[in-house]
Design a protein around this ligand. Structure first.
Ligand code: SAM
Length: 351
């Protein structure tokens, strides 16, 4: 029965694909509560009540890809496109450092202006100014050589969600030129280049099933990524998926707890999408086992333009300047935001 499966997952951090499927199919409040308790215990064993923050700079909304779900896809003519200059990116980093961020994330569309030379220059300068800051990139699929150059320049981590571990499902979310096997090759190259690697997927994406999620969970179990980003799918009005149903906050939290148990030390964000779909979503994600929050550090003028989905939050406690409010909200549920790099835990605390 399901509570036995949960118990075994908590002990062995591993289930078969069909057992993961059973767990996913049995999403209900009672099982969510059991999972939350186990996940909370694991998270506390590795991170206590600390929450790590990452300053997110959305460096460009120009993208050569045409993912069916994404608001900044190439074919969307309604997007007001922008690209930050090196100086603008560095200014955001300065602001973030001043606010206490010790991890900076540069995320963007696959913009061909971001050549290796350009990125190496920016990375080198960030590291020259702030050697103690961890620098995370999330710039999509690049060549193995490119990843190696970016790593050698000083970048530390790379987020590249796998989106789904089922190739048929992958083909329903992306045009034919984008394939799961290439995505997986990129993740492998990132590992080999020495990055901390982040995978992940959208919860409730169109055509997702309990079986595809079970495959995602098995993939996470096998990869043991340092980071894993999951958030609800939210439709965007100018994409082919504009009429598709959104993912749910509670089911996302259920999966967050499961992922914490699969790989206890994983750095697991309570994502912007979760905070967008539910006004208490950030807190629910943390209570379910997440330990990372990524406030928006992009220049104010461009924030509304990085519209991956409708009504995406970028103000209030979602904004880097809203850190005081975020700190209050986290302390109200018993957690403390810390100004640390927030590397992955390598040892459990003794209770
Ligand atoms: N271009 C890079 C890449 O592909 O990894 C980074 C930027 S991409 C916009 C970041 C993530 O946003 C994607 O991995 C996807 O999971 C998520 N995303 C895109 N559209 C979304 C939507 N409609 N709802 C929720 N998440 C979405």
């Amino acid at each position: 029965d399901v509570s036995k499966l949960i118990e075994r997952l908590g002990e062995k951090h591993s289930l078969s694909v069909s057992e993961y499927e059973t767990l996913v199919e049995n999403f209900n409040e009672e099982n969510a509560e059991i999972l939350r308790k186990y996940a909370d215990k694991e998270r506390r064993a590795h991170y206590g009540n600390k929450i790590f923050i990452r300053g997110l700079i959305e460096v460009s909304n120009i993208c050569k890809n045409d993912c069916y779900y994404c608001g900044i896809r190439r074919s969307n003519r309604e997007v007001d496109r922008y690209r930050l200059t090196a100086d603008e990116i560095l200014e955001c980093v300065d602001t973030g450092y001043g606010l206490g961020f010790r991890t900076i994330v540069m995320q963007g569309g696959e913009d061909s202006a971001f050549t290796d030379e350009f990125l190496v220059e920016v990375i080198t300068e960030v590291k020259r100014r702030y050697p103690e800051v961890a620098l995370t990139l999330s710039l999509g699929e690049r060549s193995r050589e490119s990843y190696m150059k970016l790593k050698a320049a000083g970048a530390d981590r790379y987020l590249l969600r796998h989106e789904t571990a089922d190739s048929l499902h992958y083909s329903k979310l992306h045009p034919p030129e984008l394939t799961l096997s290439h995505r997986m090759d990129c993740i492998k190259s990132l590992r080999e280049a020495g990055f901390y690697v982040g995978c992940g997927f959208m919860v409730g994406s169109p055509y997702q099933t309990a079986k595809t999620i079970a495959k995602d969970l098995k993939f996470i179990e096998e990869l043991r990524p340092e980071m894993c980003g999951i958030g609800p799918f939210i439709s965007q009005k100018d994409t082919p998926f504009k009429d598709m149903q959104n993912g749910s906050a509670d089911f996302t939290c259920y999966l967050l707890s499961i992922i914490r148990l699969i790989h206890p030390p994983v750095l697991l964000p309570s994502t912007t999408a979760l905070g967008t779909i539910d006004s208490y979503g950030r807190e629910k994600g943390i209570l379910a086992g997440a330990n990372v929050i990524m406030p928006n550090l992009s220049p104010l003028e461009v924030r509304g333009k990085y519209a991956l989905y409708d009504k995406k939050l970028c103000t209030g406690s979602e904004a880097a300047e809203g850190l005081r409010e975020l700190k209050k909200r986290m302390s109200a549920i018993g957690f403390e935001i810390v100004n640390e790099r927030g590397d992955i835990s390598t040892s459990k605390r003794e209770d």
